[in-house]
Design a protein around this ligand. Structure first.
Ligand code: SF4
Length: 56
C-alpha cells in the first residue's frame, strides 16, 4: 500500500477535474473527470486544454 501520488509532476494534480483512483493493492491511477477528455490519457500531463486550477 502506498499513498504516493502517481505521476506527481502531472498537471492533473492541480486541476479540479482529477480523481485519484486506488486499486485494492494500493496502486494509484490518475483519472480525468472532464467529460470531453479521455479518462485515462497518457501521463504525465504537462499541458491540457481542460486544465482548471484548483482553488488555492
Ligand atoms: S482536465 Fe486535463 S489537467 Fe485536468 S485532470 Fe483532466 S487531463 Fe488532467
Amino acid at each position: 500500500m502506498t499513498d504516493e501520488l502517481p505521476f506527481p509532476e502531472s498537471l492533473c494534480h492541480r486541476c479540479i477535474h482529477v480523481r485519484i483512483v486506488r486499486s485494492g493493492r494500493g496502486s494509484g491511477f490518475v483519472m480525468c473527470q472532464e467529460p470531453t477528455l479521455p479518462k485515462y490519457g497518457p501521463q504525465p500531463v504537462r499541458i491540457c486544454r481542460g486544465f482548471t486550477p484548483k482553488p488555492a
